[in-house]
Design a protein. Structure first.
Length: 337
């Protein structure tokens, strides 16, 4: 079997959400691969140094996998890729950042150095695959994010209630305040409407959201970060999933909501229209369109047949992302090298 080094942000032990490096590493180990990984350092500079040192030490590594994002973490991927080039190591960026297309435009030379010299670039969404192809890259492969579908029991919601669930890290790009605004408007027709917001606070948006909810007179439940098993259990008490983000790629929390039978109402940004089909497996609205999201919620509450059709379609799509299906694509990638 191949020896792999996986580099990314392993910060779930520091109070942040579990990311792909932790889930995919475990899956690959279960399949018999030798996987070393870094880094769990919370300080960004120390995390970068830890990643670079891991590359230097990885003499027997066949491939270096690099979680690649569009904002500050982009520089981790860039610097690691250049070190891999110097040491003659094959590296594979795994593209996560929903704003990576803007990075391709704003830093074309750096992106060419990073992505153009990669062994392969793994796009987990058709959106990023399309954007990278448009930018002229050919060393691409589509491998979706995966889940263990048996861990996501499908609940058929026969009588929808205005119980709203939002699951994401609190950060400005995910626009958590919009969820509070939506609740305020929904309450005008449904006074018993509820909103639960789940996730760690990345940039102070969590505290800002709590204060904003108080100012708007909205009683919002904030749970903080929950383990996956905890929020899956929590989801049984809610009926509609909200995704309010300004930028996105292929959000795992949305995929999980689809698997669980929660009808999804999402902003139509970034990779979302490549993941969700409006009125087929979700309802989509414009970025920041509070009124549109409220109308979509009202449509769901008044149309049980639509809800059943949408949620069954969404579950069928989610089953395509089961690890037992997706793992064959990873095996094919490593065998081809």
């Amino acid at each position: 079997m191949k020896n792999l080094l996986y580099l990314g942000n392993k910060l779930s032990g520091k109070g942040l959400n579990v990311t792909t490096i932790e889930t995919l590493s475990n899956h690959l180990i279960w399949e018999g691969y030798s996987v070393a990984s870094a880094s769990d350092k919370k300080n960004p500079s120390l995390r970068l140094l830890d990643m670079l040192w891991a590359v230097i030490q990885s003499r027997k590594t066949d491939y270096v996998l690099i979680d690649t994002y569009s904002t500050s973490a982009f520089w981790y991927a860039f610097l690691v890729s250049q070190l891999c080039g110097v040491l003659g190591k094959k590296y594979i960026p795994i593209l996560h950042g929903g704003n990576l297309p803007n990075r391709l435009k704003s830093n074309p030379k750096l992106c060419s150095m990073l992505f153009g010299n990669a062994y392969k670039n793994v796009a987990p969404s058709h959106y990023l695959l399309h954007e990278f192809e448009k930018a002229g890259f050919e060393n691409l492969v589509f491998i979706p994010n995966s889940m263990e579908i048996q861990k996501y029991p499908f609940k058929e919601r026969k009588q929808l209630q205005p119980k709203l669930l939002w699951v994401r890290a609190f950060a400005d790009i995910y626009n958590p305040l919009m969820a509070v605004d939506v609740l305020k408007e929904v309450k005008k027709k449904y006074p018993d409407a509820q909103l639960c917001m789940v996730g760690p606070d990345k940039d102070g948006s969590g505290e800002q959201s709590k204060q904003y909810a108080l100012e708007q007179g909205c009683d919002v439940r904030f749970t903080g970060r929950l383990a996956k098993e905890e929020w899956i259990t929590l989801s049984k008490s809610y009926d509609i999933f909200l995704n309010t983000t300004h930028f996105d790629n292929t959000p795992v929390s949305v995929m999980e909501a689809m698997a669980l039978g929660l009808p999804v109402v999402s902003t139509n940004v970034g990779g979302i229209p490549f993941l969700l089909k409006d009125k087929k497996d979700a309802l989509l609205v414009g970025d920041g369109d509070v009124e549109g999201m409220v109308k979509a919620i009202r449509v769901l509450l008044g149309n049980q047949d639509m809800v059943q059709t949408m949620t069954r379609n969404a579950r069928a799509k989610a089953e395509q992302w089961d690890w037992n299906v997706v793992k064959e694509q990873w095996k094919g990638l490593f065998v081809s090298g």
